[in-house]
Design a binder for this molecule. Structure first.
Ligand code: ATP
Ligand code: MG
Length: 380
């Protein structure tokens, strides 16, 4: 059997980038041989194995043929006779279809190295059209490599357009769509992902809420956020806040919730997006809020107990309000002072029940009113 390194590891090393995970392809082996060598099979019918020590993926060379709709509608043909070239041919992009043997020799039958040099995302073969997920994958690679000057080959864009025009995209599971979207959000240029989907007519079907995004403006804000070493969650929240900025609060919230429900986004993504959309204006103009509004915001966001929320929201708020003059934060010192109030102390002073709650609130408001200079009194 022969073993080759393939996919992202070869591509990223040729680009001079760090390599995260490594994928391997095994030519001339049977599943039995792999199991005998101590590999663990991933799934019952799938010719992919995990290395007993490294846990890396070793896939038997295979060809694929479309047998139905959607991502699982594939027949695999893994057999010791399947050649490396045949296996590379079923891959999505030429830059992902370069193999490297144990001596460091490259096998590159589809011109992947040349396309790397020319910064070109180009499909390997017409079989590209057999898997709609590839529309999303190419959009994600366009986002990931945007800063390196990569663009999508016109003939590949054409296939992506054809795929998107049919009903193929509707057969993708929410998990698959979310996985690609989430990875795109973690790149340097998440907006490129949306632009590509829009350009091939896939955005309406997959991410309708983001179709109307002013991408020039969004790019500027997204880059400003990325410059503060943002997470995918923060980029997601920012994108949705921008996309819904011209809608009323109720419609905006509904639209964010609908998208998250449809894509089955993890709750932490949804919650941050909703918090940002609801509170970014108040956070941006915190100094000029009344003490009552300041306290309401602090309570709604539970900031006394969840300081990490503010740390997550702040860079997003700054990216949404780029013209904002960054002054020394008033919110953090305020939270510090509010935290010094303890119900126990009030109880020791004789407060209890409803009166305790009222007294606590009164003192909280006094602190808010006192800290922000020029603030109105609580009952103004
Ligand atoms: P990453 O750095 O994000 O891991 P990658 O290129 O390694 O990028 P993987 O999802 O790990 O992407 O897949 C490994 C390889 O398998 C790809 O480089 C590509 O050759 C092939 N591949 C994965 N998914 C598909 C797909 N849906 N269609 C065609 N080829 C695919
Ligand atoms: Mg990989």
């Amino acid at each position: 059997m022969e073993i080759y390194l393939v996919g992202g590891a070869v591509r990223d090393r040729l680009l001079g980038l760090g390599v995260k995970d490594r994928d391997w392809v095994v030519v001339g082996a049977t599943p039995e041989q792999m199991l005998d060598a101590g590999f663990k099979q991933v799934g019952k019918d799938f010719p992919v194995f995990l290395h007993p020590d490294s846990g890396e993926e070793y896939a038997l060379a295979r060809t694929e043929r479309k047998s139905g709709k959607g991502y699982t509608g594939f027949d695999f043909y893994a057999n010791p006779e399947v050649t490396l070239e045949e296996d590379l041919c079923r891959r999505d992009l030429t830059i992902n279809a370069i193999a490297e043997d144990s001596e460091g020799n490259l096998v590159d039958p589809y011109g992947g190295q040349q396309d790397l040099q020319q910064r070109l995302l180009r499909h390997v073969s017409p079989a590209f059209s057999e898997d709609p997920l590839r529309v999303l994958r190419v959009a994600r690679f366009a986002a990931r490599f945007a800063s390196l000057g990569f663009h999508i080959a016109p003939e590949t864009l054409e296939l992506m357009r054809e795929l998107s025009a049919g009903d193929e995209l509707s057969h993708l599971t929410a998990e698959r769509v979310w996985q690609e979207f989430e990875r795109a959000l973690a790149t340097q240029s998440p907006i490129t992902f949306i632009e590509v989907l829009n350009a091939v007519g896939a955005c309406e079907q997959l991410l309708a809420e983001l179709c109307e995004l002013d991408t020039t403006d969004a790019k500027q804000r997204s880059a400003a956020l990325a410059a503060r070493s943002s997470t995918a969650e923060q980029q997601f929240a920012l994108l949705l806040a921008i996309a819904t900025q011209n809608e009323g609060d109720k419609r905006a919230i509904d639209s964010i919730e609908a998208l998250c429900r449809r894509l089955k986004s993890p709750n932490r993504y949804r919650d941050l997006a909703l918090q940002l959309r609801r509170w970014h204006n108040a956070l941006a103009g915190f100094e000029s809020l009344t003490a009552i509004d300041q306290l309401q915001l602090i309570k709604q966001l539970d900031l006394l107990r969840r300081p990490e929320r503010l740390a997550q929201l702040r860079p997003c708020v700054e990216a949404l309000h780029l013209d904002l003059e960054i002054t020394a934060p008033t919110l953090e010192p305020l939270l510090e002072r509010l935290r010094t109030l303890s119900p126990q102390e009030l109880m020791a002073e004789g407060f209890s029940g409803k009166a305790l709650g009222e007294e606590l609130e009164r003192r909280q408001l006094a602190i808010c009113a006192g800290l922000a200079a020029g603030n109105q009194s609580p009952d103004a």
